[in-house]
Design a binder for this molecule. Structure first.
Ligand SMILES: Nc1ncnc2c1ncn2[C@@H]1O[C@H](COP(=O)(O)OP(=O)(O)OP(=O)(O)O)[C@@H](O)[C@H]1O
Ligand SMILES: [Mg+2]
Length: 323
């Protein structure tokens, strides 16, 4: 039976921007708020979510589930020291699991959808591999993390664009001529730029008005939740409003800004001590920012957040004044 859980995948374009930190501590905050939560390490080939949860790396996980080809994903649930929070490790103890076969991936996707919990959080690998894009598609929305630097933002926009193209591609499989045209458009030679989603829509729909409707529906329903990490002040949060322009003009989508996490040296300390940030350093500024994001998830996950970039800007200004 399919889960009623809210599935929240956490992705980014660039690596090392704080996905695992956020996934671990959001899971803790949601569990602490009384919601049954499962955190799954789906960064196959680079699993390290256990560090951020303070769980030793000695339990089998997704890698073993896929390799064994029998048993249930629920057999791999590991209890944590936090009530209401369970964890499924990745493939920290084996190699080459980043290259899972299509059938294995489909089985894993189905089993994740069968898990029973209020929230299921997925820590994904960086970048836009098909596996990562399909894991991201498990959630109705998803979180994308970026630091305020330009390369991280550009990579995040690249990830969102790949995800949209993948979703459009999947919904067009039955329409052979259009899906062939889509393939031609997105696999143009490197020197010619991949078209924006708007251009793609125009090119694809000259012949088929139905396709236009479909792409508009996909763009309308998908509202990524964007989290800025390692920020230092209000100037960083101003970037949020600039990103809105790119989302709208290039990708034809709207995003909701779900939070801003300060750069905080305590984060590194918590990782070195293998103590989760939220339990070991609950009053740190980074922990406070993440608890706030969990509150937004509980309140707003399924609703658009009006003026979210302005709200974050105001929150950052207040926090900076306090520091
Ligand atoms: N807000 C922060 N303040 C200080 N350090 C941070 C912060 N967020 C993350 N870091 C540090 O940055 C590093 C990368 O974080 P993390 O592993 O969560 O990123 P990631 O996006 O999961 O990386 P990968 O793509 O490799 O999986 C870690 O060493 C972490 O301690
Ligand atoms: Mg990670």
């Amino acid at each position: 039976m399919e889960t009623n859980a809210v599935i929240i995948p956490v992705a980014s374009g660039k690596g090392g921007v704080g996905k695992s930190l956020l996934t671990a501590n959001l899971s803790i905050a949601l569990a602490q708020a009384g919601h049954t939560t499962i955190a799954i390490d789906l960064d196959l080939g680079g699993s390290n979510l256990h560090y951020f949860l303070g769980v030793p790396n000695r339990f089998p996980g997704v890698g073993d589930f896929l390799k064994a080809r029998r048993g249930e994903l629920t057999d791999f649930l590991v209890p944590t020291s936090i009530p209401n929070l369970k964890f499924i490790p990745g493939d920290g103890k084996m190699s080459f699991m980043a290259n899972i076969a299509y059938a294995q991936k489909m089985k894993l996707l189905r089993r994740i959808k069968d898990l029973s919990a209020d929230y299921i959080l997925l820590d994904l690998g960086a970048g836009s591999s098909y596996n990562t894009l399909d894991f991201f598609g498990l959630g109705k929305h998803g979180i994308t993390v970026t630091t305020p630097e330009y390369p991280a933002i550009i990579s995040m926009l690249g990830f969102l664009k790949s995800y949209l193209i993948r979703t459009i591609e999947k919904s067009l499989v039955k329409n052979r001529p259009v899906s062939r045209l889509l393939k031609e458009l997105i696999t143009k030679p490197i020197e010619s730029q991949i078209p924006s989603i708007k251009e793609l829509k125009n090119k694809l729909t000259t012949e088929e008005p139905e396709v236009k409707k479909l792409i508009s529906k996909i763009s309308k329903e998908f509202r990524p939740r964007i989290v800025f990490n390692r920020g230092t002040g209000p100037d960083d949060s101003k970037t949020a409003s600039k990103i809105s322009g790119s989302l709208r003009n290039v990708l034809n989508i709207e995003g909701d800004y779900f939070g801003f996490i300060f750069n905080d040296p305590v984060v590194n300390e918590s990782v070195l001590n293998q103590t989760p940030l939220l339990t070991g350093y609950p009053n740190s500024i980074a922990a406070e920012s993440i608890t706030r994001i969990a509150g937004r998830i509980i309140k707003y996950w399924d609703k658009p957040v009006p003026n979210s970039s302005k709200l974050i800007f105001q929150h950052v200004q207040r926090s900076v004044n306090r520091v």
